[in-house]
Design a protein around this ligand. Sequence first.
Ligand SMILES: NC(=O)C1=CN([C@@H]2O[C@H](COP(=O)(O)OP(=O)(O)OC[C@H]3O[C@@H](n4cnc5c(N)ncnc54)[C@H](OP(=O)(O)O)[C@@H]3O)[C@@H](O)[C@H]2O)[C@@H](O)CC1
Length: 285
Amino acid sequence: MMALRGKTRAAMRCFFLTQQQLRLPLPLTPSSAADISSISAPSSHRFFSFTCSSLFRHSPLFAPSNQAFSRPISFRELHSSPPSIRSFAARGLQTMPNSDSVTYLTQREAAEVDEILMGPLGFSVDQLMELAGLSVATAIAEVYKPSEYNRVLAICGPGNNGGDGLVAARHLFHFGYKPFICYPKRTPKPLYSGLVTQLESLSVPFLSVEDLPADLSKEFDIVVDAMFGFSFHGNYSIYCSLLISIVVILRKRTPAVVSVDIPSGWHVEEGDVNGGGMKPDMLVG
Ligand SMILES: NC(=O)C1=CN([C@@H]2O[C@H](COP(=O)(O)OP(=O)(O)OC[C@H]3O[C@@H](n4cnc5c(N)ncnc54)[C@H](OP(=O)(O)O)[C@@H]3O)[C@@H](O)[C@H]2O)[C@@H](O)CC1
């Protein structure tokens, strides 16, 4: 998590990591650090970044001479790697030019920041969700051009992470993509029903799990994983594991899987401890 402690404005920015960035050779050179920093969202799209790097927060610090860091590392390796390897992501982010304004939060500290944002600072969940979804859409547009990756399937879960996905899909529509939504467990709260209404007013199709084609790669260029964020607990229900299986299996042929905030199924601080979580190409947090 990119965050602040008394530096709220400085910390309001979106970070995303792609396979390409995670293949940068280590230790990071000034130019590779610049490559990473150049992918942050434009200042007009800055927002409070939720939990991306908190996935890696408890990794021990690494020595530049460590053999593990003398070669490029892929995102796939990152998922299955011990904490010392996972700390690469934190290292990359820490190496950003204004890294003095960036610190990392635990889940508990993140909850406290939420309380401040939504308490004395007066932010609403709607506002934060809108900014999160817009930032996800912006990050996708930065990496996957609509001319090449036009058809987007957003799989949205029952909580706020799913709400981020609904918002992102709306912005992707306005960016020129053709989004589709799979939202199997709808939440009847006004915030969510409003997001659904807005998408329906744009004629964005909602697909049931049964509607999903057997081969997602033929129908979609990007899958947005907005099933679960930092409140995922326990194991997947049968229903959810079905969805996960679809995406994981077809991920081999799907051009891009983009996870929102935390890859679905990952522990917020320990990562993919059971090995059954999503394996995204890009993580936006
Ligand atoms: N906080 C903020 O300020 C903002 C947060 N934002 C975003 O919200 C995300 C966190 O949102 P969240 O807290 O709503 O939780 P989330 O991860 O979406 O899932 C909760 C739902 O999943 C369900 N569920 C859980 N485990 C399950 C299982 N094994 N199998 C089946 N179901 C399971 C659980 O059900 P329950 O346990 O309640 O029965 C509940 O319905 C965060 O990562 C970020 O992306 C932004 O929108 C901006 C503002």
